[in-house]
Design a protein around this ligand. Structure first.
Ligand SMILES: Nc1nc2c(ncn2[C@@H]2O[C@H](COP(=O)(O)OP(=O)(O)O)[C@@H](O)[C@H]2O)c(=O)[nH]1
Ligand SMILES: [Mg+2]
Length: 191
């Protein structure tokens, strides 16, 4: 059983000071970020799952066995009035990437049933400056069939060609134990 310590940060001043490898999870609100973190660490309520998108405003740090951290960033893309692309990114996403220096990998989550938008691409490209180890994690794959999966793969190939992520695409579902193993294997490479 893992030892997990949780720290919620509402401002940069609350970010953990002790340098440990950090793996950041980024994704649109409701993409399945909290569910996936709970699933990987076999916890029921480590990350609260919400029916109301856009609720989490804090950066949540989960320190695992005093060895590394999983960082659950606020979901983006949820704004009642969105004036520009960047205004739908919570400020804390920017603060996190600009201040934490031990980011060893980024997991960029995309919902298998939603179209990849221009907003996703802008954020993805911006994130690429912070690490060479960026994974595209396609979530909720239990909801799509084989044909939809191939279509999705083609679209993703198109936007990742010439980027570091082209070989790091992971398909996951919290209903598949294999997904858990695949994710843990990827994380293990960045401890
Ligand atoms: N079918 C299915 N539903 C999922 C999966 N992962 C998450 N969900 C559902 O998607 C919704 C949003 O999940 P949540 O983890 O709160 O998303 P977050 O906003 O990105 O943290 C919840 O209703 C989850 O039960 C999955 O792999 N398969
Ligand atoms: Mg969440």
């Amino acid at each position: 059983m893992e030892n997990i310590q949780i720290k919620k940060a509402f401002s940069q001043a609350d970010f953990p000071q002790e340098p440990l490898p950090e793996m950041a999870f980024v994704g649109r609100s409701n993409v399945g970020k909290s569910s996936l973190i709970n699933f990987v660490f076999r916890q029921k309520n480590l990350c609260p799952i919400s029916k109301t998108p856009g609720k989490t405003r804090s950066v949540n740090f989960y320190t695992i066995n005093h060895k590394f951290r999983i960082v659950d960033l606020p979901g983006y893309g949820y704004a009642k009035i969105s004036k520009s692309i960047h205004q739908t990114w919570p400020d804390m996403i920017k603060e996190y990437f600009e201040h934490q220096l031990n980011i060893t990998a980024i997991f960029f989550l995309v919902d298998s049933r939603r179209d990849i938008t221009r907003e996703d691409l802008v954020l993805f490209e911006w994130l690429c400056q912070y690490t060479d180890s960026i994974y595209i994690v396609i979530t909720k794959t239990d909801k799509i069939n084989q044909k939809e999966k191939s279509q999705l793969t083609r679209r993703i190939d198109k936007f990742t060609e010439n980027t570091v992520a082209s070989k790091n695409i992971i398909y996951v579902s919290i209903k598949s134990q294999e997904s858990r193993k695949v994710l843990l294997d990827a994380m293990n490479q960045h401890l």
